[in-house]
Ligand binder design. Sequence first.
Ligand code: HEC
Length: 153
Amino acid sequence: MSMYRMSGMIFFVALMWMSPAFADHEPEKSQCPQKRQTSKAPDEFLNLVSPLAVSKKRIEKGRLLYQTQATPLQCRHCHGKKGSGVGHMGLEANPPARNFTCSEIMRTISDGQMFFAIKKGIRGTTMPAYSDLVDWKIWVLIQYIRSLESRDL
Ligand code: HEC
């Protein structure tokens, strides 16, 4: 290979590497609306109302859980860093991980329904149960998830 072609290739690879889309490893968005398999939560969950008022501090705590702290697997791996359902394990899942930025679907899902999905997992899907999370952590996760819907991507 000539030096000229080599340097051209190196330049191209460097460009790819520097481009934000490539560095992110995530496509922009998942489908909206998506196919949704989650069954309706039992009434004792469905009617739950968060005891915690929405605040910046709580949304930030939710963000930390979502992005780096929740175990065994942080939410971002499936739901994506921006919540648009495009985490590396989320796109391959069938049904796909929920796209939290999709208002059309999210406005039909109550806080209690989400609480149920997080606490108990969703049978027949890859959504795991986070049964070890204490209630307030689930509520701040929900505050963070709701904040993603309105975020301009
Ligand atoms: C291994 C992949 C995976 C991880 C990790 C994951 N989820 Fe999910 N999640 C899914 C999938 C897949 C669905 C969609 C299931 C469906 O269509 O019914 C889902 C759905 C949901 C829903 C929507 C429930 C509904 O009623 O539609 C919520 C809320 C949710 N996840 C929250 C979370 C939170 C919070 C975390 C982290 C604490 C998390 N998920 C981690 C895969 C995952």
